[in-house]
Design a binder for this molecule. Structure first.
Ligand code: C2E
Ligand code: CA
Ligand code: CA
Ligand code: CA
Length: 275
């Protein structure tokens, strides 16, 4: 049986072994990368669509890996969550983002994404408030983006976290709205400051600007709940025009540029006189 098995071994084991080795290397690389500061904040512009004014930036994490080059968050965030290092990684990125944002015009906001795994930590709010104090960053300039998947967790704990952060002036947005399962009653019962419509809904405006029924419905619902709205994934003028007709929104997306590292953001702000 062993000899037979050896044949199969040859054909079936090597790919699995490679996968496992790759995964182990990726995990080790992520741990090492955190220690070495290879995870860096990039920034995407957020715009008031009515006035075309820049209102702030969303921080999006990038891994500048010496072995693999630039790695996106869709690859490393799920692994960082799984191996229990997301809190550490995120704290370092946010600390760096506070230092970067302190160099901008003080009217510009900073949005950061928070993983549902971080929201499970009962000390999350305290840790974030401590970080604000340590870096002397004004709470009212910070906007945390949490996704609907946080709402499946302990809803009571999530509510009290949001409340204690908002009491200190931090803003809280519901990210990727429409892609999860949050109910309208949950939406009404949680004190969010803003809804972010997921890019997948905005892209339906690309083909035909009259085809935005879902987007229209989400915007009316936001109006009903008195929640301001941001549209993600504004990729072109056509989408922008359609959104402008639908309401008073903020927007972000490739139409305004790709996410940039801090030095390029500073150069941009200098040109626009917004340092
Ligand atoms: P998200 O929060 O929905 O962020 C928007 C994503 O869409 C970003 O991808 C952004 O680069 C991309 N994007 C922006 N405008 C456009 C557009 O016009 N067209 C298209 N096709 N894409 C656009 P990115 O940077 O790869 O981030 C992916 C996700 O990773 C984010 O989705 C966010 O959920 C997560 N993420 C990023 N940074 C962090 C972080 O520091 N912590 C946590 N927990 N999650 C993060
Ligand atoms: Ca986001
Ligand atoms: Ca999204
Ligand atoms: Ca998201």
């Amino acid at each position: 049986a062993k000899k037979q098995g050896k044949n199969r071994f040859y054909w079936f084991e090597p790919p699995m072994e490679n996968e496992l080795r790759f995964r182990n290397e990726l995990e080790a690389g992520i741990r090492r990368g955190i220690a070495l500061g290879e995870f860096r904040p990039y920034y995407e512009q957020q715009i008031d669509l009515e006035t075309s004014q820049l209102t702030g930036f969303e921080m999006l994490a990038r891994w500048e890996s010496p072995e693999m080059g630039m790695v996106g968050p869709d690859i490393f965030i799920p692994i960082a969550e799984e191996i229990g290092v997301i809190g550490d990684m995120s704290e370092r990125l946010i600390a760096q983002a506070f230092e970067d944002a302190k160099q901008w015009d003080p009217n510009l906001t900073l949005s950061v994404n928070i993983s549902p795994v971080q929201m499970r930590d009962p000390w999350f709010a305290q840790k974030l408030l401590k970080l604000l104090v340590k870096h002397n960053f004004p709470a009212h300039r910070l906007d945390i983006e949490i996704t609907e998947s946080c709402l499946h967790e302990n809803i009571g704990m999530v509510r009290s976290m949001i409340t204690s952060l908002r009491n200190q002036g931090v803003h809280v947005s519901l990210d990727d709205f429409g892609t999860g399962y949050s109910s309208l009653s949950q939406l009404r019962s949680l004190p969010f400051d803003r809804l972010k419509i997921d890019r997948s809904f905005i892209s339906e405006l690309k083909e035909d600007e009259h085809n935005g029924k879902l987007v229209d419905a989400i915007i009316s619902m936001g109006d009903g709940l008195k929640l301001p709205i941001t549209a993600e994934g504004v990729e072109n003028e056509k989408v922008l025009d359609a959104l402008r007709r639908m309401g008073k929104l903020k927007g972000q997306g490739y139409h305004y540029g790709r996410p940039e590292p801090a030095d390029q953001v500073l150069a941009r702000l200098e040109r626009q006189d917004l340092l």
